[in-house]
Ligand binder design. Structure first.
Ligand code: FAD
Length: 472
């Protein structure tokens, strides 16, 4: 493949994944990234007040994220991920419920701990079991234009169960509310993440002292070793198009780069711009959208926000658990990040609000105050602690909105413009907008260039699950 060259626009996980797989196959790639660092939405920034390197938001993976884990392995950073097999659910009264697998085979491995939940009555637990059975017996690929709240309706879920169980899992996994999320992807979360394999649900978090951006450091050497390069702080302006093929990529400084293959690994709105240059710059370009159906509906995709709230307390024991889902709080998840890395004292907690439409217009101070109120209510020792510093990160365009019918807007990797591959979490990766979806799309794009399938096997379904379930 030495006479093949490829330009990848976008150095997020989709672009990194494509670049790594191509570099390993000996293809020289040039990654064009507008920011000063790799990682896109799954990266870190320097807090201007403390100098600390913070992740824009806690990023969580699960064992079922086989492609992301494969990428981490190729980058040699797999050991930087810490695995958690205990999940803590805390309702308004502060009593902790633990979800943990026991020795039963999947899909029964979590049943005993769920049945032990104090926050649900027996009737509510039976309702969850009823719906869980139906989830397992459903072929999600036949479910298209329905939201998950409607899908659950025949299984008569009490309001408390909808809010304190289904919503808690789905809003954080899919970044959409139950009555807006495509049922197909909500079903996928439970089928592939919780039911098919006894380890699939385990939660991976970058370990202490490992900001997300560090995970991508090895990519540079890997890419260089095959004659490629990463150009940071470098913006792509427009694709040049001759009516059939992409012939070049025009950069912000006026330079045009040429290659045999082009992979777009930017979000859909950016791709829309790359396919629509300013009038007069490249006369052939207006035809790109008409030439390729993959580019014709980019402006119809909508987004959903996420808010991350970093809080630094002067005391170290505000929260003793490593993380918790707060089932009756606007602050949906709380992560214990340990002592302040700069001073080595106190405690850094990180709160997350997904599908945060009703919160994004509130001020950072207001959101931090709300988070402290919630934390103090659930962990009363916080009342004795002083909040030293906070940093609120609002990602208004965090992910595309995975609503019913949104699949029709997610384009495939390849299309009429044969030397342009599309990647990104918003393309038809078969996953919600996640790091795993981004890496899958990057592998597919690299596979299309190489002419082979680079997919990685899914986690194995247990024998019992294979026997009971409809869609494996
Ligand atoms: C707050 C938040 C929390 C999240 N939490 C989780 C989580 O817990 N678990 C999970 O799996 N996922 C999570 N996600 C989703 C995850 O971050 C994304 O799905 C994934 O990172 C998307 O990767 P990508 O490569 O497709 O896109 P991006 O990360 O958006 O990468 C695109 C890159 O293209 C660059 N770019 C754009 N335009 C140009 C241009 N013209 N020229 C050059 N470069 C350009 C951008 O700078 C960016 O680096 C979260 C996202 C957010 C925002």
């Amino acid at each position: 493949m030495a006479d093949t060259s490829c330009i990848i626009v976008g150095g997020g996980l989709a672009g990194i994944a494509a670049a790594v797989r191509l570099a390993e196959a000996g293809v020289p790639v040039t990654v064009i990234e507008t920011r000063q660092r790799l990682g896109g939405r799954a990266t870190s920034f320097t807090d201007p007040t403390t100098g600390d390197t913070l992740d824009n938001c806690q990023h969580v993976l699960m064992r079922c994220c086989t492609h992301l884990l494969d990428l981490y392995r190729r980058l040699g950073v797999e050991d930087c991920i810490e695995w958690h097999d205990r999940f803590y659910f805390i309702p308004a009264d502060g009593r902790v419920d633990l979800m943990q697998a026991d020795s039963l085979p999947a899909p029964a491995h979590l049943a005993r701990s769920l049945l032990g939940f104090k926050q649900f009555s027996l009737r509510e637990k039976l309702a969850i079991s009823r719906a869980m059975w139906a989830i397992m017996r459903c072929d999600r690929h036949t479910v298209t234009d329905q939201n998950f709240a409607d899908w659950l309706r025949p299984y008569r879920q009490p309001q408390r169960v909808l809010e304190m169980f289904w919503s808690v899992v789905i809003v954080s996994a899919c970044n959409e509310q139950l009555d807006r999320v495509s049922a197909r992807y909500a079903l996928q979360v439970f089928q592939d993440g919780f039911l098919r394999n006894r380890h699939a649900h385990e939660m991976g978090l970058p370990g202490p002292g490992v900001p997300l951006v560090k995970l991508y450091d090895p990519a540079e050497n890997l890419i260089k070793s095959s004659g490629g390069a990463i150009q940071l702080s470098c913006s792509a302006e427009a694709f040049e198009f001759d009516g059939q093929r992409v012939t070049g990529l025009r950069l912000g400084d006026g330079q045009t780069l040429q290659a045999e293959w082009f992979i777009s690994a930017v979000p859909f709105d950016r791709l829309d711009k790359l396919a629509t240059p300013a009038p007069g710059i490249a006369p052939g370009n207006p035809g790109m959208r008409q030439a390729d159906a993959r580019l014709s509906r980019l402006d119809e995709i909508t987004v959903s926000p996420i808010i991350g709230i970093h809080l630094y307390f002067d005391l170290s024991g505000v929260m003793t658990l490593p993380h918790a889902a707060l089932t009756q709080s606007p602050l949906q998840w709380l992560f214990n990040k340990g002592p302040d890395p700069v001073t080595g004292k106190g405690q850094h907690l990180h709160g997350v609000i997904s599908a945060a439409r009703e919160f994004v217009d509130r001020s950072a101070e207001d959101l931090a105050r709300m988070a402290v109120t919630e934390i103090t209510r659930l962990f009363p020792v916080a009342g004795k602690a002083k909040l030293l510093h906070h940093r609120v990160v609002k990602e208004k365009r965090a992910t595309f909105a995975i609503t019913p019918g949104s699949d029709k807007l997610r384009p495939p990797t390849t299309g009429t413009i044969a030397n342009l591959m599309l990647a990104g979490d918003w393309t038809d990766s078969g996953w919600p907008a996640t790091m795993e979806g981004a890496v899958r799309s990057g592998y597919r794009a690299a596979g299309a260039v190489l002419g082979r399938d680079l997919a990685v096997p899914e986690v194995a379904a247990s024998r019992l699950y294979r026997w009971l379930a409809i869609s494996i």
